[in-house]
Every structure is written in structure tokens, then in C-alpha cells.
Write a protein that binds this ligand. Sequence first.
Ligand SMILES: C[S@@+](CC[C@H](N)C(=O)[O-])C[C@H]1O[C@@H](n2cnc3c(N)ncnc32)[C@H](O)[C@@H]1O
Length: 252
Amino acid sequence: MFGVLLDEAKKIARNPRRLREAFRLRRWRQFFGILRFNSRTGNRWKPAEGASGLKQREYPSYEEYVRHQQSKFGHLDLTEYDRAYRVLLRERLRTSALLKPGASVLCLGARQGTEVKAFHDLGCFAVGIDLNPGKENKFVLPGDFHDVQFPDRSVDVVFTNSFDHTLDPEKLLQQITRLLKPGGMLVIEAIQGEAEHSAPDYYASFWWEKIDDLLALIGRHGFKVARRTPFNEPWPGEQIFFSRVGSGSANG
Ligand SMILES: C[S@@+](CC[C@H](N)C(=O)[O-])C[C@H]1O[C@@H](n2cnc3c(N)ncnc32)[C@H](O)[C@@H]1O
């Protein structure tokens, strides 16, 4: 409990406007939800098998993982994030000049659909999936990125900024590989790792020491870095474009 409070105090010190949130009922519900989750699961992590610099949250069951991931959305007001991240991502993608208008894009772990809207702004045909897309979401369908409902080789681009929410990174990468057309691209936005001064929040289930550790894992699945760009907002991280080794040419 002390850890949760200390963590929140640090966030308020960094962003005093967050203090207003302390008076909201949904935040208290979130606080007690975190305490209940921690006391049930022990808030434990283990090193990821066969990979260095990666760790995974321990869940008593897959159902517990799904419930935990689904629980965050209801506690948040994402209005400002939705506006700001849409613009930030759109401009980062535009600057890359690697996306073709008309490309088909699947966004994994897309929640309210901010990234889907950013791809729409650039003329792409984009849709998202999430364990909890909320009600009547026009941009994101219900779905699990460990077992995606779409066919093999059906999309030009897979995007995700939710790698830190996987329970099984190997399965996630197998799904991405399966879904991409020959010549398709994987684009991720990854937060900095623990050795780069970022710590997992209460909903993260997978974490890295350094972004390089995550890239090494992705590289072992046949992806080659095509472009790597650091950024600071909405959190310090990097945008990375990957192509598949030996799978033909460009998206779109
Ligand atoms: C940090 S949020 C990011 C949401 C969104 N990408 C954004 O930037 O607003 C992580 C999201 O991943 C989703 N998620 C976690 N595990 C998932 C899974 N196995 N399949 C699909 N979505 C998942 C959660 O429900 C949550 O909405």
C-alpha cells in the first residue's frame, strides 16, 4: 500500500494537475482495485525464459491476466491523451515517410483507438483490437493479440505500443508474423526500460531493462530494424519500424 501511495505522490510531484484526480471516485476505485490485485497475486515478476533483460509479471491464471488488463480503461479520463497522442503519433509516422496512404493497418492493444485515428489521418485503412475497447467503439474491436481473429498475411502494417502488456511475447510475435503480408512492416512505440529510468506501472505485464533487449527478442523472430527514432512524449521511448527479413518489399 505504501508503495502505491509513494508512486502516486511522485507522479503528482511531476505533474501537479494530477492532484485533482485524487478527488475522483473512479481513482479511489482504481486504488482499491490495485491493492486487491496486489494482495491476491503478490505483485510478483520473473525473468522471461531464454531472454536476457526481459521480465514478466506472474499471474495465477490467464483469466486473471485478462481481467487485470481489462480493468484499467474504466478508471481513466483519456480525453486529453486521445487528442495529444493522435497528433504526436501522426506527426512521427508522417516524418518517417515509410507509410503508404491506403496501407491496411492493424493496431494491437488499441483501447479507445487513438492510434487508429492517427493512421486514418494519414489515409490508411486502420482498425484496432483490444481486450477492452469499451462500448460502441468505432475504431477498435474486441480481441486478444495472442490469438487474433484476422487471417494470415492480411495486413500491410501491424502497430502496437502495448508490448508491455503481453503475457506471452513469443505468441504475440508469432501472431504479428502470421498477420503481415509479404513485405509488411511492424511498427512499435516502446517505452524506455528500467535501466533507462522507466518503471512498470500497475498494469504492465512485461518489461525490459533496455529497449535494445526488446529489439533483440523481436529480431529473433526475423524482424530487422528499418528506422529507430527516440521521443519524449507522451512518455520517453522510441518509435521503431521493422521489416521482415527476406519477405519482399514495401507496404501498401
Ligand atoms: C497502455 S494501454 C495502451 C492503449 C492504447 N494503445 C493507447 O495508446 O491509448 C494497453 C492496452 O493493451 C490492452 N491489452 C492488454 N493485453 C491485451 C491482449 N492480450 N490483447 C489485446 N489487448 C490487450 C489493454 O486492454 C490496454 O487497453
